[in-house]
Design a binder for this molecule. Sequence first.
Ligand code: FEO
Length: 404
Amino acid sequence: MAAAAYEAVPVAEDVYWVGAVDWELRNFHGYSTHRGSTYNAYLILDEKVTLVDTVKRPFFPVMMERIASVVDPGAVRYVISNHAEMDHSGSLSDFVSSARPERILASARGVEALRDHFHWSVEVEAVAEGTRLSLGRLSLSFFEASMLHWPESMFTYLPERRLLFSQDAFGMHLATRNLFWDENDPAILRWEAAAYYANILMPYSRLVTRKLEQIKGLGVELIAPDHGPVWRDEGVGRILEWYRRWSSRQVREAATVVYDTMWGSTARMADAIVDGLSGGGLEVEVCPLAGSDRSDVATACVEAAALVVGSPTLNGGVFPRIADVLSYLEGLKPPVRVGAAFGSYGWAEGATGQIGASLERMGVRVVGSPLTLRYVPGPEGLAQCVQFGRKLAGEVKKELDEGR
Ligand code: FEO
């Protein structure tokens, strides 16, 4: 066999990673992926050679070459499609045409989703929750994982290796050739896992909690998601604990301050409010929209008790980038408990009312009156901002104390 540029990487005995690294991805349906991503596909070598998920379509040749480094792709007999979203099913049609596997399996909803993506005549078998499929020496069982990330999502478990193929769940958008979590920077892993949870799974936290209960009974020793590194050893406990925390919507004594500014006045207000929040004992993450975007704000909100939003008034309403962030957060419904609005204006104020209404739609309790200042804040206005932050910090602490 000729040497391959792309090779399969061992994950466990008889199991290989045959995915692709996308160093260039910077946007995943509106979520900024600052560090690219991977599309993980896995190959199981047994009597029935099995491929679990595929890769985004442009990476099909890379996947094929990795498969070919350990087995003739034509020897693949079963394909499992855990998730129909095109970053994982994009190469399925090409693979089926090229390798002609005996069986393609997906959840019942997955069968429909694949049909509606490919409009093909290929038969895809539906596997029910708990179905066991023999591959020879090894076997697979299937668990529904609805809304983690789409309604048709499912998990596939390889009990002989205690290995869970979890598709989107427990993944992250991180381009890396270091396949295992412990070969990567732990701070980056924590941030990217939180970003992934916030931007993809946060609205489905109740379902995540339920799925974690089910996983607990399996004795999983390896988690192989469809994006980012594979979790092994104590990494399994680590990612499960992060997910337990995020899905339970626990928050810390922390505030996210997000703002945009026209001539710097709302920025000066934000700076003084941050002083007040910080002086009041809160950890503060500041997201100026000149340098952050909607998905960074969502990530900052994954454990924050407070969300403070500032916008100048433009044409009677909020600045465009603030509107974008608010609309995005309304869909994600972060666990934030307490919210507040502020901003500068010229001749008529209108932004803070819109912010307050949006916070309420997210399920956030808006405390106090919004703080608005006309034109440029002077020393008195800035002192008001510091006080505003201090008072809000007090409200946050009170809210958390009452919940304890
Ligand atoms: Fe990685 Fe929901 O796709």
